[in-house]
Design a protein around this ligand. Sequence first.
Ligand SMILES: Nc1ncnc2c1ncn2[C@@H]1O[C@H](COP(=O)(O)OP(=O)(O)OP(=O)(O)O)[C@@H](O)[C@H]1O
Length: 600
Amino acid sequence: MKPFVYFMRRLYTYTGNILLLNFIGMVLISLLDGVGIFLLIPLISFTGILDMSTQDIPIISWMVDLFQRIPTSMSLSLILGIYVGITIVQGYIQRKQVILNGEIQQKFVHHLREETYKLLLQSRWELFTTMRKSDIIKLMTTEIGRVKSGTSMFLQFLTSLIFSSIQLVIAFLLSAKMTVFVMIFGIILLFFSRKFIKKSYHYGNESMKLSRIYSAGITDHFNGIKDIKSNTLEQTHVSWFRALCDRIENNSIEYLKLKTKSQFIYKIVSAILISVFIFTSITIFQEQTTQLMLIIVIFSRLWPTFSSIQANLEKLGSVVPAFEELLKVQSQCMQAKEINENDYKRINPFILKEGIECKNIYFKYRRNNKKFVLKDINMQIPSNQMTAIVGQSGAGKSTLVDLLMGLNQPESGSVRIDGKELTKDFLLSYRCSISYVPQDPFLFNASLRENLLLIEPNASEADIWEALEFSSAAEFVRELPSGLDTIIGDRGVRLSGGERQRIVLARAILRKPSILVLDEATSALDTENERKIKHALEKLKGTMTIIIIAHRLSTIRNADQVIVLEKGEIIQRGGYKQLANEEKSLFSNLLGEQVEIRAN
Ligand SMILES: Nc1ncnc2c1ncn2[C@@H]1O[C@H](COP(=O)(O)OP(=O)(O)OP(=O)(O)O)[C@@H](O)[C@H]1O
C-alpha cells in the first residue's frame, strides 16, 4: 500500500482542491442515492400495496408525517417530483464527477510522464550505462499506463468506500443490530481476500518482469535483424520467443484463475450471508416488514459495491509493481541528478580561453570494481589547438573523452576548465560550448534539414550548406531525390555509414562550437573523404579546440599534441612527428602496423 499512499499524496499535491471537489461530489451522489431510498417508503405507503407502519423508523416517520399533513393528491405528486428532482441532480453531479475524475487522471498521468521524462534526461550519463533502454521505454509506455489505470482504480475504490459508508450509516439508522451483523461478515470476507490480493501482486510482478524481457528481446532482435538473417539465427530466436510467450500465457491464465476463484468464493459467501441474514431477521431479530424490506433494498445495492471494493483491491494488488517500478526509477534519477530545472535559465555562452586540464584522475565504472579504467591521468588540452588521443581498443579513450565532457565524474582528481574545477554550476554552459560526434552517429527518422536544425534551430540555408561543404557532404546531399528534405529513416538507415558520419560532422560544425570532440568520427570514410575532412579540420585549427580520437593515425597527422593511452594510463605524449620517431614505442608500433596493412 505504501507506493499507493505516496502517489495519492502526490495526486493531492498536484490536483489539490479538484481532488477535494471530486470527493465532495462522491459524497453528494451517495447521499442523494440514500435519500432516494428513503423516499421509497412513503411511496410504497401511498400505493397501498403494503400496509406499512413507519412510526418506529427515524427520519422516515418524520417524512411520512410531513406528507400526511398535505392533501393526498398533492403529496403523491410532491414525492414523485422530489424523486425525479433528486435523480436529475444526482445524474448531473455524477456526470460532472466522472468528467472531473477523468481530468484528474489525465492531468496526473501527464504530470507523471513529464516528470519522469525530465528526471531521466536530467540524470547523469552513468545511469544510462546501467539501465537498459528497453526498460526505460517500457516504463514510459506500459508501466505509466498501468499506473494510470491504478490511479483510476484507486479513485473508484474510494468512491465505493464512500458510497458503502454512507449506505451503511443509513442502514444503521434503520437497524443497528442487522447492520453490525452484516458488517462483521463483510470484514471477515475482506480479511480473507488478503490472500488473493497478495497473489495478485505476485502475478502482477511476474507479468511486469515477463513483459520487460519481451520488450528488451524484441528491441534487441530487430536492432540486430541483419545479423539474425545473415547468420540464419531465425529458428533460435523463434524458439526463444515461443518459450517466452508460453510463460506470458501461463501467468495470465493463472491470474485469471485466481480472479475467477475469488469472485466465485465471494458469490457463494454472499448468497449464504444473505440467506442467513434474511432468516435471522425474520426468526431471531423479528424485524418489522417495512424495516426488513428497506434493509434488503439497501443491502442489495450495498453488496455489489462491497464486491467491487474487494475486486478493486485485487486489481490494485496487480498494479502495485508498476507503481513500485516508477518510484524506483524516479528515486534512481533523483540520486543521479546532474541538472536542475533552473540551470537552463542560467546558461551563459562559454568560450574556452586557456584550456582543459586533467589532474590526477582515477576512474572506474562500478564503485565495487577493483580495476580502474583510467589511472593517474594528468594532461593539458590547450585551447584552439588539436589534441589527438590514441591507443589500442579498450585503452580508455572514449572514457577519457566522456570525463572531459563532464558526462562521467572522476573517482578522484579533477577536470579543470580554464583553471576552474568542472562542477554542476557551469556544467550546462560548458556542454553548450561542445559539439560531439560519436563513433556510432545518431540521426532521427526525419528529414536531413530537421536533423541539422535540431542542434542549431536558427541556422540559415547558407549556414547549412557551408557546414555540408565542410564535411564533404554537400555533393551527395544535392544528388538526393529531395535534397535537404529527404527523410533518412530510423537512425539514418537510408544513408551509408560514411554519409551518416559526414552529416553528423556537418551538424556538429553548424553550432560553431568552442570545443569539437570527434570520437572515431572518420572511421567509416573512404580515403578520399577522409583526406577532405582532414583538410577541413586543418582549416578549423586555431578557431576552436579540437579533441579527436582516431584509430586511423593518418587523420591526426596535423595534431598539435598526441596523447597515447595504454590500459588506462598515459604512456606517451608529444607532437605527431616526435612520437613517430620514438623507436619501440606503442605509437610507432601502431603506426608501423597501419603502414604494413596499407602496403599489403
Ligand atoms: N559502460 C561501461 N561499463 C563498464 N565498463 C565499461 C563501460 N564502457 C567501457 N567500459 C570498459 O572500460 C574500458 C575502456 O573502454 P573505452 O570504451 O573507454 O575504450 P576505448 O579505448 O575507447 O576503446 P575502443 O577504441 O574500442 O572504442 C574497457 O575495458 C571497457 O570494457
